[in-house]
Design a protein around this ligand. Structure first.
Ligand code: NAD
Length: 267
C-alpha cells in the first residue's frame, strides 16, 4: 500500500492529486490551513485518509503533521510539497507583509515540510519520493508577480540542491521538481492592486480558458512519478520554447523585454 502526504490539499492541484491518489488505492494524509475545505475534500474520498489542518509556515504544526503521518501509517512513500500562494503588484509597491507572506509560505513552508519529513524518510532507509511544486514560473520570470516568481525560482534551486545532497549520500529517498503550467484552481483569486487588476483579469481568463483541470493534471504527475522522473513538467509546450529563448537572451546579454500578457506565456 502506498502512503502519500499532500500539503495544500484543500483546493486545486492538491485536491486533484488527492482524488487521483485515492483512485489508485493510496492511503492519504492531507494538510491545508483551510480546515473546512480540507474536510470537504477528505470526506469525498473513498480512501483511508486523515486530514490534518496545518499552516505550513508554522514549523511546530508541520512537525505535528509529520508525527500524525508516521504515527498513523508508519511509512510514507510520497510527499507532495504543494501548498502555495500568488500575489501580484509592482515589485516596489507590494507591501512588506505581502512579500513576507509569499516567502514564508512558498519557500518557508516547503522547507518546513522538508525539515520535518526528510530526516525520517532517510532514517526509514526505504524508497520514498518528495515532489516539490514550483511552476513554469520558476524558470520564466513573471512580470507583475515578483514575489511568486522569486519564490518559485527558489524552489527550483532548493530542490536541485536537495537532489544532489540525497544522491551524495546514496539515499533511497528521491526528489522531483514539479513545474505546472496553467491549471484551473484558486491560485489567482487573491485581490489584485489597482495597477495589476487588468493583468490579473487577463491571466485568470487565460487560465480558465486554457488551463487543465486538476483531475486532468494529476494523472500526468503520477505517470511521471512512475517513470522516476526528476523534472515533472506535464505541459512542456508552456515551458520549452520560452526557456530556450530566455536562455539565449541571457547568453546573448540581451535585456529582458516587456512582458506581453496577452500571449499566454508566463505564470
Ligand atoms: N494552478 C496553476 O496554474 C499553477 C501553476 C504553476 C504552479 N502552481 C502551484 O501549484 C501549487 C498548488 O496551487 P493551486 O493552483 O492548486 O492553487 P490553490 O489556491 O487552488 O491551492 C493552494 C492550496 O494551498 C493552501 N495553502 C496556501 N497557503 C497555505 C499555508 N500557509 N498552509 C497550508 N496550506 C496553504 C490553500 O489553502 C489552497 O488549498 C502551488 O504551489 C502553486 O504555486 C499552480
Amino acid at each position: 500500500m502506498t502512503v502519500a502526504v499532500i500539503t495544500g490539499a484543500a483546493s486545486g492541484i492538491g485536491a486533484g492529486l488527492a482524488r487521483h491518489a485515492a483512485s489508485l488505492g493510496m492511503q492519504l494524509i492531507l494538510a491545508d490551513w483551510d480546515d473546512a475545505a480540507l474536510t470537504e475534500v477528505a470526506d469525498c474520498l473513498s480512501a483511508e485518509v486523515i486530514a490534518v489542518p496545518t499552516d505550513v509556515r508554522d514549523e511546530t504544526q508541520v512537525q505535528s503533521l509529520a508525527d500524525a503521518a508516521f504515527d498513523k501509517f508508519g511509512e510514507i512513500d510520497l510527499l507532495f510539497n504543494n501548498a502555495g500562494v500568488l500575489s501580484s503588484g509592482l515589485s516596489w509597491e507590494i507591501d512588506a507583509a505581502t512579500w513576507q507572506r509569499s516567502i514564508d509560505i512558498n519557500i518557508g513552508g516547503t522547507v518546513n515540510v522538508m525539515r520535518a519529513f526528510v530526516p525520517r524518510l532517510i532514517a526509514a532507509d526505504r524508497p520514498a519520493r518528495i515532489v516539490n511544486t514550483s511552476s513554469v514560473g520558476g524558470f520564466l520570470t513573471s512580470t507583475f508577480m515578483a514575489p511568486y516568481s522569486a519564490t518559485k525560482f527558489a524552489i527550483v534551486a532548493i530542490t536541485e540542491a536537495m537532489a544532489g545532497e540525497l544522491a551524495a549520500m546514496d539515499s533511497k529517498v528521491q526528489v522531483s521538481l514539479l513545474a505546472p503550467g496553467p491549471v484551473k484552481s484558486a491560485i489567482m483569486d487573491e485581490k489584485a492592486p489597482t495597477q495589476t487588476a487588468e493583468f490579473m483579469t487577463v491571466m485568470r481568463g487565460m487560465n480558465d480558458a486554457h488551463g487543465m483541470t486538476p483531475d486532468e493534471f494529476a494523472p500526468l504527475v503520477f505517470a511521471a512519478i512512475d517513470r522516476g522522473e526528476y523534472w515533472i513538467i506535464p505541459q512542456p509546450e508552456i515551458l520549452d520554447t520560452a526557456l530556450q529563448e530566455r536562455t539565449e537572451m541571457i547568453l546573448g546579454r540581451t535585456p529582458p523585454v516587456s512582458f506581453d500578457f496577452t500571449s499566454g506565456d508566463g505564470q
